[in-house]
Design a protein around this ligand. Sequence first.
Ligand code: SF4
Length: 755
Amino acid sequence: MGAMATAAAQYVVAVRALCEFTAKQGDLDLRFTPSPTAQEGITGHAVVASRRSPGYEAEVSLSGSFGPLLVRGRADGYDPRLNRLEEVKTYRGDLGRMPDNHRHLHWAQVRIYGHLLCQSRGLDELQLALVYYDIGSQKETLLTEHLTADLLRQFFEDHCRRFLAWAEQEMAHRAARDLQLTALQFPHADFRPGQRVMAEAVYKSAVSGRCLLAQAPTGIGKTIGSLFPMLKASPGQALDKIFFLAAKTSGRALALEAVTRIRHSAPALPLRVLELVARDKACEHPDKACHGESCPLAQGFYDRLPQARSAAIDAGALDRESLRRVAAEHRVCPYYLSQEMASWSDVIVGDYNYYFDISAMLYGMASVNQWRVGVLVDEAHNMIDRARKMYSAEMEYGQLKALRRNAPPALKRGLDRVSKQWNSLGKEQEGDYLHYAEIPDAFVSALLQAVADITEYMVEHPAAMDSHLQQFYFDALHFTRMAELFGPHSLFDITRQSGQGTTLCIRNIVPAPFLAPRFAAARSTVMFSATLSPWHFYSDTLGIPADTAWIDVPSPFTADQLQVQLATGISTRFQHRERSLAPIVDLIAHQYRQQAGNYLMFFSSYDYLEKVATLCAAQHPEIPLWLQARRMDEREREDFLARFTESSQGVGFAVLGGAFAEGIDLPGARLIGAFIATLGLPQINPVNEQIMRRMGETFGNGYDYTYLYPGMQKVVQAAGRVIRTQQDRGVVYLIDDRFARPEVRQLLPAWWHVA
Ligand code: SF4
């Protein structure tokens, strides 16, 4: 909700948000969405404006008050010659199938704008028009009505009145929250070493409106060390919300725990926290579709929403379970209730993609409502890989082939056209992999047409959507979106799979151009992790603003806690692998003899892991070995970790970059050492070589940006498993002659003393 309590006790609300609150009714119905792509929407609006006569005003900024409410927004267009105010909606498919409650909402919006326009221009009456612009046929359908300024004012006042009680409750909440935040004390008796340094840096960056990259070691309490200062800075900076974004569920859990601790330490603080959970995890009826005819929790959703919303704010802390409970009590969908509650929560905890991906909900809401937000990004070393995935798109020919066999007749022609264009791609290609400078227009337009056909088909046959068609549709839609945005930040490549046709990939390499607007939209973004070196690698690839501050929080651990040994007489390169097996086994046995206990041994691949494990088991049957297997499920992973106890002894074999190489916590005797038999370098293959070339062209440092930095980041993360507390003692063996090179050594943490 576009909501800000200003000094004069004014409550600012966007027209769209006001109408969504007061004019939504009936079923939740997503059948008329997904709507056109953002680009299509923008183009649609531009086309409509270009068809109007001279003097037509597009994007008219309007605002008006009602009591403490300041309602504002931008109407799509006003034609003074016709005295007509227009609200433009782009769509695909059959307009007749648009649910009534969507139309109802659109009318509410244009009438509110109508009042604001009459008021600002002193008009006595006005024609209002809903302009529905069909992306496919480029035709407009106009619905019009003529209303007097007086009627429009009544309409406006009526809607404001319906919102007023809620707005007053919100203002009171915000005032109480900010008052308590100003007085908030750190929830622990004292800061841990390093934690104060980090907290001060976060506070400063929030106050100065800058971003911060914080490299901070494990164990200093980064979660609360970032959340607390951001909360403290909130009242002074008039922050509406804080988004805590994590790469994994475990990060979300830590954040929720930290908020709980803060709430317990300050019982008078009315802090509303919300956990966002992916739709497939939150959905109560995975076999149903999100509309009233299919799902009982979508039926009448908006009619029951006001009560559910009130109950949810009373609950205060809305983690997955409590939100589910409230939703069940009010018979509404928990997933869509959580989306609604994002408007009314102070701290929102969710995955990165809620703010950073192409259609990110939190980013969208923050822009529409002009929220001032503080963004915290946990374990930020994951951002590059995650963001690349968000802005890449892939399609396999096999999927299209299977779909064509069973496609409904209405879609056949469009899919055939896609197939024909697809087959002409890479025809001349020699070899299995090649990248191309451009994505052929003919292919993209065939795909766009197929997407349009499927959209229309979905609108007309909502029940007939099968999962293959749906999957293809989403993949194709994403592909066309990324094709629209194609540029030097990405590669377009074609890979030939034997017997299965080709795979087309728009492969994002540098997510910076996509992420930069996200950083710019936040008041301050703090990205933190134990491994964010070297800075330029992260700031270049992520598009962090040039004035970003960075800190390297000194480690609370001392060099004497960790013995770092280099085993440089061994090469773990692929061609030397066989020769490395025996020396590695000797090294493990030697260390185990010196000090029996729990160790982790990391390899670059399962194959390598198995070879060393076989030899080790044969030569040293006295050493218990626990092996990571390919594709372990959550339970198996827990069992693996459960072997590491205070009194156990053995060596866990794992893969670098896998489930046990980061994000696990084995303090004290549960882990006393690690062996790392790899530099973690990504495999040399045509894709990575191409990435290296592009990185070289973009940043002048192709090898390091593609291989060395990502590899060493994994090595340091894995080694970071050994020392978790100031009482821990341990050993790390870095096995490979390349660890002796200065450019590699300088990427190791400063507090390590390498023997
Ligand atoms: S419960 Fe599932 S199917 Fe029903 S509306 Fe929610 S997400 Fe959609």
